[in-house]
Design a protein around this ligand. Sequence first.
Ligand code: FE
Length: 350
Amino acid sequence: MAEEFVIPFTKEKVRVEDKRLINNRTVDVNQLVPIKYNWAWQYYLDGCANHWMPQEVSMQRDIEQWKDPKGFTEDERRVIQRNLGFFTTADTLVANNLVLAIYRHITAPECRQYLLRQVFEEAIHTHAYQYIPQSLGMDEASLYNMYREIPSIHDKAEFEARLTVDLMRPDFKADTLDGRQRLVSNLIGYFAIMEGIFFYTAFVMLLSFGRQNRLPGACEQIQYILRDESMHMNFGLELINGIRAENPEIWTDEFQEEIINKFKRGVDLEIAYGHDCLPNGMLGLTHDMLDEYVRYVANRRMETLKLPLLFDNPGNPFPWMSEIIDLRKEKNFFETTVTEYQVGSSLSWD
Ligand code: FE
C-alpha cells in the first residue's frame, strides 16, 4: 500500500471517472476533489452536524437513582450492566477494525473522509461507555472483562474479531477475487451485523429505562449513539452495494450463501444474547418481542443488501425505536430539553 505515498511528478489532473471505491491503483488517494461519491461526502457533513460529547450530558439524576437501593431490582441491574459490558468493548472493536483492517483498502478519499469521522464517533461512544459506569460507580474491571467472561457477549465479539483477523494477515490482498470477498464479508459483518443487528437488542433494553424516566443521562447519550450508529450502518450498506456494483464478479452463488449463513449465525447470537441479558421479562419486554425485533432488523439489512430474506414478515414490536433513530437534534426524545450542540460557530476567538 505504500505506493500511494510515492507522489509522482505529473501535471495530469484526477478524473472523476477513474475513481473507485476499492483497489484503485491509478488515482491519487490524497485528492478529495473532484468528488465522485457525493453520498459519502453527505454522510460526512451529516455526521459532523450531529456532533456531541458525553461530558456535556449530566449524570446527576442517574447517580441518585442508581445509589438508591430500591431504585432497581436485581434483574434490572443485571440487564443494565450486561448491556454496558457489551458496549464498553464493542465500539472499540469497530474502531480498531476500521483503522487497522478496512481503511487502507477503501480508495475513494470521500469515503475515507467519512470513515475518519466515524472513527472519531466510535471514540466518543467508547468515551460514553466509560463515562456512564464511572459516574454510577460501577465495577469497571468487571464490565470491561465481560467480553471475555460472559459467553453471550464473548460469542458476538469473537464472531466480529475473526473478520478483522482475516484482513490483518500479512499476506492478505484485496485485489484477488477471494481478497475482495473477504473484504466485503468483513464490511457486512461489521456494518450490517455488528452495527445493524448486534447493537439493537442492547439499545432496546437500555432505552426502555429512559422511557420510564430512569437513567435519563445515560439514555440521552445512548439516543445520540443510536442516531450515529444508524448513520454508520447506512453508510456501510451503501458502500457495500457500491463495491458490489463496481465488482459484480464478487457476488457468486457460493459467496451469497456464505453471507446468508453469516446473517443466520448473527441472528442466533443476538437472540441468545437477549435471553441471557433478560432472563425474565421486565419493562414490558419479553423474549418473544426481542426475538421478533432481531428478525425484523435482520430482514431490513438483508433487504437493503438485495439478499433473499431469512424470515417471513416479522413485525416491529418497538416502533418507538424508529422515532429515536429519526431524532432531530433540537429535541431530546424523552424530555423537551433543547440539546443543540453547536460547533465552530459557537466558538469565539477574540
Ligand atoms: Fe459505529
